[in-house]
Write a protein that binds this ligand. Sequence first.
Ligand SMILES: C[S@@+](CC[C@H](N)C(=O)[O-])C[C@H]1O[C@@H](n2cnc3c(N)ncnc32)[C@H](O)[C@@H]1O
Length: 263
Amino acid sequence: MTATSHDDQAKMRLINDVGFNRYFKAATWAEYNRQFFDGLAEKYDATNVMHSFGTKRSIDRAAVARLPITPGARVLDLCTGSGDIAIRMARLHPDVRVVGVDASPAMLRVASRKAGPLLDRIELMEGDALALPFADGHFDGAVISFGLRNLTSLRAGLQEMARVVKPGGFVCNIDQGQPRGRLFRIAYELHFRRLAPILGKLVFHRGEFNSFRYLPESNRYFPDQDSLCGIMGEVGLVNVRNFNYWRGAIAQQIAMVPAKGGD
Ligand SMILES: C[S@@+](CC[C@H](N)C(=O)[O-])C[C@H]1O[C@@H](n2cnc3c(N)ncnc32)[C@H](O)[C@@H]1O
């Protein structure tokens, strides 16, 4: 995982490495992504259970509990997908309003179904993470979970999140990290690189199967938690903190948009 190779060229290599080009025809990385998640939508939650050994729910719960959400806040869940994080934030904080943005209409349909009555406080909208239709400082905080890796530019994604959050608000990323401990790392790599793709092929099919190749392959281009903390600082965020789950296999970074006149 390196911080500097997360660019368009790497993304286009990834398409070939994962085999997206066999299933989808698109001119840009963003369009490949939309097609991929539209196709995966109905099975997305099930693939997550397999990817995470069923731990995603408890990790989501712990990660959302860590967010510095203030009463009455307005929070963005970017790349909301099937809505897990948006729904959890709305459940934990009965007075917050959440906006979930995603490029895939099919993923948003799944999120809408799951949110049910919470839709009175969760607004779901189709949109591009790199060109958000919100004014500067519109939100009190913004979260992206397993979404930065999908963006054409990770830095531009973080900058856009920071732009729409008001000074003193938070920006949070949740994604895979570099696992700590040699033995655990070996077991983890074995699961993600060898076992999960085989299980994925047996249980899922066609484009869906590719998510089991996509995650480990995209890790080659995705920065680890230490590099991500550095990048968050470079884009102007302050007080960057990292929290590891599953020995760092999953990591959460929470940073603040500098308050006016200092941090
Ligand atoms: C791996 S899913 C993550 C879903 C959810 N946040 C979670 O934690 O389970 C990534 C999501 O990012 C969305 N996405 C990819 N590129 C995007 C973009 N440029 N703008 C908005 N959403 C995007 C995909 O449609 C997909 O739903």
